[in-house]
Structures are given as structure tokens and as C-alpha cells.
Ligand binder design. Structure first.
Ligand SMILES: [Zn+2]
Length: 443
């Protein structure tokens, strides 16, 4: 349950693209699996403790009034704010200062279907004393989206609108249109003029305020286009929307990086050195279509060895994510790396990272951290690696199966026996998905 009980629902947009299929309906009233999109939103988040929904109304807004009334049929209060003129995604909020009072509030988009564990996002917001937190995720078309450049802590450094300059390496971190705002931020929205969160406010707030990104593999998708509505409806009917909510146990595939996703050319220190293993992008795309989340866990002693720094590792990961997206519309849900190395005493090293840590594989620290963050059931998850260290880390974390690929260091002898040896990541993912099939048929 969330302690933030008020939500503003932005329902003023014109559904120009969806309108071809539903010419008479306001976009939030377009049905998905038998219910208006906006009703899915009210039901999902009323169940998590949101008690008060304020709809900002625009085009055909009266349909929402007629449908929701005062909200009592859903056990909540529903209020309405009429935009006299279109004020963009943010402009309408500036007019709501008096209604919203002194407590933080959620911002939802009425044409977006999601199921997010709000309590986790709220905890992230509070732990960082954030002024505003935006939900982010990787997607299959990052270069057509607003990209968020955040520190590992989540602190947003910059927000880049499209089109993106080709020479800049930015991670696949996309603004997914669900926010938690402190009431003080209402004063930072210009009154009476149209403005947009992604385009106008967040790029500015990144410099002036504590703007945080909260990254999650949970389901959130907007229905700006008719084909998306069909995809969302299918996901909803298959139970995929609710299953991904982090209140529910998740299952993951942990992926080593060098030798599994990219060719292991030994100590990669620059993005240009990163080349994908043939078929790896398509394999990860197949994982993205499954119920499993994809988490990279990689030892990167290049930092401890002073061959690059953490910002450099970030650029390398940005390149990897771009290659995965370009080649197959693939993405990974999270990347964990260990920058440490235990053996000190080399003149060129970075002593701050020359420590005995709990994250460097074969220790299971990175897998345990991901399991905690995403509520992962390790005993029904998988690990794919090329070295004995990977297999040992998977075993120490208690995963259901470890898969050793023959690319990279896969041919080194080892005492740590994997569950199975396979040629490469494609074969590993095929093995996992086949096992999943029999798992589903038994259930
Ligand atoms: Zn470490």
C-alpha cells in the first residue's frame, strides 16, 4: 500500500491517433479488455491505497464525468479540473495548487496502462529525499523516446529529448510517464502557459532540484497508437500486466556480460571495443517477450585496474544497450557490475576499488541485490555465464539452473559443474524457454 493517497490523472490529451478506431470516445474511455483505460487505472491504484483521483479534463472530458461520477462506485473520491485551454501535460497542474495542498501526489497519464507497486517507488522517493521521482524503464525503441541520464543512485543528471545526437552514449533509460511529486514542485510549473514534463520541466529540474529516476521492469505502456492498444489488451488477458507488479514474485535470467553478450576481448575499457556475440541480441529479445526479467551481473575490474572509471563503464553499457536495441529491439532490465578487485599492490591501480567486496563473482552479492530490489525468486531463476566464477555465483545464490556457454572462457576446466553446457546465449535462452514451457504446462 502507498502512503501517498492523492493522484492527478492527466486526461486532457486529444486521442488523434487512437481516434481512427474509436472516433466517438475520449482517449481515456477507449476500452481495453472490456473496461475503459482510465477505469483500469482507478481500480489498480485504488487497491493500493490511492483514495483521491483528480482528472484534468480536455477533449470530450464530460464522458469521464459521466462514467466516474464522484467515484463512490469504486470506493474513492473522483474530482475534475477543466482545462480552459490545452496546457500541456504539466500546465494544468499549476492550477491545482490549492486542491493539492501540502502532501506529495502521484501523476498518471490516463492513456497509459500500468501495474506498478507504488509502495516501492514511494520508498525510493523518500529514501532519496527527492523533490520529484519519475518512473523509468528500458524499452525496445530508446532512440525514439525521451532518455534520462541518471547516476547509479537514481539522481537525474540530464533529460534528453529526441532526436538524440548520434555521438552521445546514453543508457536505455526511458521516461515512462508516472511521477511522484512533492507539492513544492507545483510552484516550479509556470502558470497559465502550456508546458510538458518531459520536454520543458524535467530537463530544467535535473539541474535545479532533486530529481530522481526509479527504474523498474513492471508493466507500463501508453496507448497512443491503435496497435499498442491491441498489444496491451493481449498482455492484460494473459495476466502479464499484473504478474510483473513487484508485489508478486519475479523470475529472472542473470546474464554474465563478457563472453556471453559481447565477445570477450579481455578488459574492455572503451565502447568501441564492445562487439556483440552473434545472435545475442535476438536471444535477449526472446527473453524480453517471456515472463523472465533479464539482469546483467558482471565483474568489471577495469575500474580497480584504473583502465577506465565508473563513468567509462556506463558509456560501455550505453553502447551495449544501443547495439542490442538497434540489432533486435532488445534490452536488459538492469545491469549490476562489480568495479572491485581484491589483489592490491600494482602501481597503476585505483586503490579505492582494490578491496575484498561482497559483489565480485563467485560471490552472489549482485544476484542477491537484484533479488531484493525486484522481489526475485532465486530458486526459479537462471544464470548464464562462461566462467566457473559465474556458475559458482549462481549456485551460491541458489538459482534453479546454471548454464555455461562455450563462447568466452567457456572451455576452461572447472570443478563447478553447471546444470548444462550450451554453445552460446541463443542456445541458453532456447534451453531456458523450453524448460519454462514444461513448467507452465505442469502448473
Ligand atoms: Zn565488488
Amino acid at each position: 500500500m502507498t502512503g501517498v493517497s492523492t493522484a492527478v490523472v492527466l486526461a486532457g490529451g486529444k486521442g488523434t491517433r487512437l481516434a481512427s478506431a474509436f472516433p466517438d470516445l475520449a482517449k481515456p474511455m477507449v476500452p481495453v479488455d472490456g473496461l475503459p483505460i482510465a477505469e483500469h487505472l482507478v481500480r489498480t491504484y485504488a487497491a493500493q491505497g490511492v483514495r483521491r483521483f483528480i482528472f484534468t479534463l480536455g477533449y470530450r472530458g464530460n464522458q469521464l464525468r459521466v462514467h466516474f461520477g464522484d467515484g463512490s462506485a469504486w470506493g474513492v473520491s473522483v474530482e475534475y479540473f477543466e482545462e480552459r485551454e490545452p496546457l500541456g501535460t504539466a500546465g494544468a497542474l499549476a492550477e491545482l495548487q490549492d486542491e493539492l495542498g501540502a502532501a506529495p501526489f502521484w501523476v498518471f497519464y490516463a492513456d497509459t496502462l500500468s501495474s506498478v507497486d507504488l509502495s516501492r517507488m514511494e520508498a525510493h522517493h523518500r529514501a532519496n529525499s527527492a523533490d520529484a521521482t519519475l518512473l523509468v524503464h528500458p524499452n525496445d525503441h530508446p532512440y525514439d523516446s525521451d532518455l534520462v541520464d541518471a547516476e547509479p543512485t537514481g539522481r537525474v543528471r540530464a533529460v534528453y529529448g529526441k532526436p538524440h545526437p548520434a555521438d552521445r552514449e546514453v543508457r536505455n533509460v526511458v521516461n515512462a510517464a508516472l511521477y511522484l511529486l512533492e507539492p513544492s514542485m507545483l510552484r516550479e510549473i509556470p502558470r497559465g502557459v502550456a508546458s510538458d514534463f518531459g520536454r520543458d520541466l524535467f530537463p530544467k529540474w535535473a539541474a535545479s532540484h532533486r530529481l530522481y529516476a526509479y527504474s523498474t521492469p513492471e508493466y507500463i505502456k501508453d496507448m497512443g497508437k491503435p496497435e499498442r492498444r491491441v498489444q496491451v489488451e493481449a498482455a492484460l488477458r494473459q495476466g502479464k500486466v499484473e504478474a510483473r507488479n513487484l508485489r508478486n514474485r519475479q523470475r529472472a535470467v542473470f546474464l554474465d556480460r563478457d563472453g556471453v553478450i559481447n565477445v570477450d576481448s579481455d578488459l574492455i575499457k572503451h565502447p568501441d571495443e564492445l562487439v556483440l556475440v552473434p545472435g545475442a541480441a535476438a536471444a535477449i529479445h526472446a527473453l524480453n517477450q517471456s515472463d523472465l526479467i533479464a539482469v546483467v551481473v558482471t565483474n568489471q575490474s577495469v575500474v580497480a585496474r584504473n583502465l577506465t572509471d565508473e563513468a567509462g563503464v556506463d558509456r560501455i553499457h550505453a553502447r551495449m544497450e544501443r547495439l542490442l536495441a538497434d540489432e533486435a529491439g532488445a534490452f536488459v532490465d538492469a545491469i549490476y557490475y562489480c568495479p572491485h578487485h581484491p589483489h592490491g599492490g600494482f602501481p597503476e591501480e585505483n586503490p579505492a576499488y582494490k578491496i575484498e567486496c561482497s559483489c565480485r563473482k563467485p560471490k552472489p552479492g549482485m544476484l542477491l541485490a537484484a533479488a531484493d530490489r525486484f522481489n526475485i525468486d532465486l530458486s526459479s531463476s537462471y544464470l548464464v555465464g562462461d566462467s566457473p566464477r559465474d556458475i559458482e555465483a549462481g549456485q551460491a545464490a541458489g538459482v534453479a539452473a546454471t548454464l555455461r556457454v562455450r563462447t568466452g572462457h567457456g572451455l576452461k576446466p572447472s570443478t563447478a559443474a553447471p546444470t548444462v553446457q550450451v554453445d552460446d546465449l541463443s542456445a541458453a535462452v532456447a534451453w531456458i524457454l523450453e524448460r519454462e514451457k514444461s513448467r507452465t504446462s505442469q502448473a
